[in-house]
Design a protein around this ligand. Sequence first.
Ligand SMILES: O=C(O)CCC(=O)C(=O)O
Ligand SMILES: [Fe+2]
Length: 440
Amino acid sequence: MVVWIPVTGREAEEFLHSVSIRNGKDVQGASKAMKAIEARSASHHDEEVAKFLVPLTEQSTFLPHWEYCNDIPLMDLSSLDHNDHRQDATAATAALVKAAASWGVFQVVNHGLPTSVLEGAMAVTKEFFSMPEEEKQSYAQDYENGRVQGYKSTLDAFHMTRTLGSQLEYILQPEPLSIKDKWPSTPAAYKDVIEEFGKGVYKLLVRIVELLLAGLRVSKTSKTNRMLKGNLIQMLRLGSYEPCPQPEMVLGFKPHLDHTILTAMVQDDIGGLEVNKDGQWYKVAPIPGAIVIILGDQIQTITNDNFKAVQHRVVLNPNSSRNSIVCAITPSSDTIVSPALELVDDVHPALYHPYSYADFRLATFQNWYTGQEGLDKFRTQLHQGGTADQASKSPTIGLDSPLNIIAAIKPRNQNPKSIQPHQDFDFQTPILLKQGTLVA
Ligand SMILES: O=C(O)CCC(=O)C(=O)O
Ligand SMILES: [Fe+2]
């Protein structure tokens, strides 16, 4: 049985404060707060419990920080002509398919983005997060009104998702969906650098999707490729994670599956990303110049489970802060996602009903909190038996019901309006729960 460590909202606030989200690096204070929380948890009967720390049973899954996994595939894409999509790329395709099918995650080098572009993007990310909190707050998300583009402090992220990382997130493309006033104007180089980075990553992700589909013999002119073409949304999420003296007790990003087609991630040299394979967590090594590619839910549907989305999480470092840049492609809201026809026949029936991406997001927001596979809701009848079993085995993250979260979140607005899914809705952000209202 999973044992949760109960902590009241006030203790959580103190803990956060002591981890110095706002003012420096009070590591000793954080240790003290953790001790207070542990002592309190011994009694286990606080009615206003906010269940958010890593369950005791899962704390043993934390590996020492230096044990990176050498088996996660590292792909050299230098054989690809990054400007010519007509090029036959048989060898690269076969290797990518193998990596995608076996791990659901891989790293790529010689991917067409110059190292200077990756370094430049990381430099402006670090600069942005090192600005005073008030300045970052000028780009804050207006999540009271359901808008989830912009800056989210660690405190806000903690209220929403019980994890410890601040973020700046927004839609990069298509332009009309991007809320441009949430793009920082400092550092001065930010916009140009991120724009170049975003364009390069977009090209790379589209190319990898094409190759992965080609590897499964889905032709370039197939309905699936046509469906994807011109219907993609590109999202950006810059992340900043403070050091945590007891990283086994709280996560930087809880275990989850990305709702995306593919996600690209660049991390600094601190590391912290872990992926789950067959129930075991593995650390993804930071490799200078490499881009981590993570398979999301949508590629799982499109490929009819030939590829699976990979569960991942971010573990905090006891001594160092960490930055990451996450950039992903999803279908647009009205895109109908379904298994590619080429991958369905009598022996391999469609495992998913066609759904619009908007419906997927609406139907799966709760899964973000339970850690269960969101796609289960769209499985065809035929395959639901096996799925229920699978779902019960999925690791959970310590939030057994969204209602608990609602109870735990301090209301920020006493008179909330009824909130409708907004145009930012496509953004793959944890759904905010507020007084019973669910917001994308
Ligand atoms: O910061 C990271 O390394 C990963 C964050 C992540 O998984 C996400 O943004 O979906
Ligand atoms: Fe993710």
